[in-house]
Design a binder for this molecule. Structure first.
Ligand code: PA5
Length: 434
């Protein structure tokens, strides 16, 4: 299997997993029979096989048009309305995608805005893209979130001034609820091409819908392969057998560790391109589980960089952390270290070895160190980071998150805490009706 889980370093005995099997079965049935809390938001479970093919084709057509007529593509959204697309684009494309020449990049530069309210971020982005042909995609399920709404107002005006109102319609794409919200109304009035966030899929579970797929396709990635991976993930992680289902094993192990006082999970990786995948994962698990005074605190670290900072705390600090390591078995590209005649740096002992070989030794050495320090490690082995495995990995995490939430006794599909801050912000800003 192209994704596998190794929990031999998690300090968990088989009988502990055996003891939790029955609860996994209950959680599985709650999810699949739509009997658990938040069941109205479980549309993502069968989505890889049941998605709207007409909309999917429109996503492909729009992405081709954007790739042809735009040098820059601006994605406006926050939380679940941007993290998935960014995670995928950064994990699978060139590490320096936006900085490549247009021939090498073979697609527009892609920037994300509306995920903060920093005036300098917005203004400096406008400065950066000045003089280039652009298209924008505003994504908001509710259609009312302040951060993307402000950014959209600014970029809509910019694009209308640059091209005129008629041509702007060819360059503005909206992804939102099928019926409600200010953004839906605006899109209908202005005649923009619109994509839908399905009613039964919440923001953080929406990466495989148009929310994630349009920006991903604009970057030139193969969305068919992503959906194939997700579809196979749906099969593989739908099996009600803890011994065979890695996604359920991950949920079970997290739950056992949490009960032993491991309240912080650190998702680590040795590939900096996975930074936004880690951010997406943090949102998925943090927003799904952190409620009713419960929840594992999801954090992340980028190794080996953070081994020189957080590594100390992991090794020797309070014993309340466990790590989940994403191990990419085969890197995208690799190079062999050459022999140096003078060997002034004393590195000739590595001549003939690849850089990834060194990276893997860093991983092995860290695993030995952290487990000897009493930190449980779960290892998620991924053969190669490609579109297929990315789609499968997304489904792996979504499924384990839902099961994990039900094991914890919370509704993994609402976010009352996030809603509260949004409402307070509306009130403090003087929005009518708040
Ligand atoms: O998971 C969620 O529902 C949230 O994090 C949302 O994705 C985020 O708040 C953005 O909301 P919206 O898409 O409605 O603008």
């Amino acid at each position: 299997r192209s994704i596998s889980l190794d929990y031999t370093h998690s300090f968990i005995e088989d009988y502990e997993l055996e003891n939790i099997k029955e609860y996994i079965n209950i959680a599985h049935n709650m999810l699949h029979n739509e009997k658990g809390p938040g069941s109205e938001y479980t549309g993502w479970v069968n989505y890889p096989k049941e998605f709207d093919i007409d909309e999917y084709e429109r996503v492909k057509l729009a992405s081709e048009k954007i790739r042809k007529n735009s040098e820059v593509f601006i994605v406006i959204g926050i939380g679940g309305s941007y993290l998935g697309a960014r995670a995928c684009i950064e994990a699978l494309n060139h590490n320096f995608y936006n900085m490549l020449t247009s021939e090498k990049r073979n697609g527009p530069e892609i920037y994300f805005v509306g995920n903060n309210v920093s005036s300098s971020y917005i203004l400096e982005l406008l400065e950066l893209i000045d003089g280039k042909d652009i298209s924008i995609n505003t994504i908001s399920k509710s259609g009312t979130t302040t951060e993307p709404a402000i950014a959209f107002r600014i970029f809509k005006e910019y694009i209308e001034e640059k091209y005129g109102k008629e041509e702007a319609k060819n360059r503005i794409y909206i992804t939102t609820d099928s019926k409600k919200g200010a953004l839906k109304e605006l899109a209908s009035k202005e005649g923009y091409e619109t994509f839908t966030v399905p009613d039964d899929i919440g923001g953080r579970y929406s990466i495989l819908t148009s929310v994630g797929l349009l920006p991903i396709a604009v970057s030139g990635l193969n969305i068919d392969e992503i959906m194939n991976g997700a579809k196979d993930g749906m099969e593989e992680y739908g099996v009600l057998d803890l011994d065979k289902n890695y996604s359920y094993q991950y949920a079970a192990i997290r739950n056992v560790l949490y009960r032993k006082g491991k309240e912080i999970e650190m998702l680590t990786s040795y590939e900096p391109s996975l930074f936004y995948l880690q951010e997406w994962w943090k949102q998925l698990f943090g927003e799904s589980e952190g409620k009713d005074l419960k929840g594992i605190y999801p954090s992340s670290a980028s190794f080996t960089t953070d081994l020189h900072s957080l590594g100390q705390l992991i090794q020797d600090g309070r014993r309340n952390i466990f790590e989940t390591v994403i191990n990419i078995e085969e890197p995208k590209v690799d190079m062999i270290l050459k022999e140096d005649k003078e060997n002034l740096d004393g590195l000739n002992f590595l001549s003939g070895k690849t850089i990834d070989f060194v990276n893997k030794k860093a991983f092995e050495g860290t695993l030995m160190a952290h487990t000897s320090g009493g930190v449980p490690n779960i290892i998620l082995n991924i053969e190669k980071m490609n579109e297929y495995n990315f789609g499968k990995l997304i489904y792996f995490f979504e499924k384990s998150c839902a099961i994990s939430g039900y094991l914890l006794g919370v509704n993994p599909f609402n976010q009352p805490g996030v809603e509260e801050y949004k409402k307070n912000m509306f009130r403090l800003l003087g929005k009518p009706g708040y």
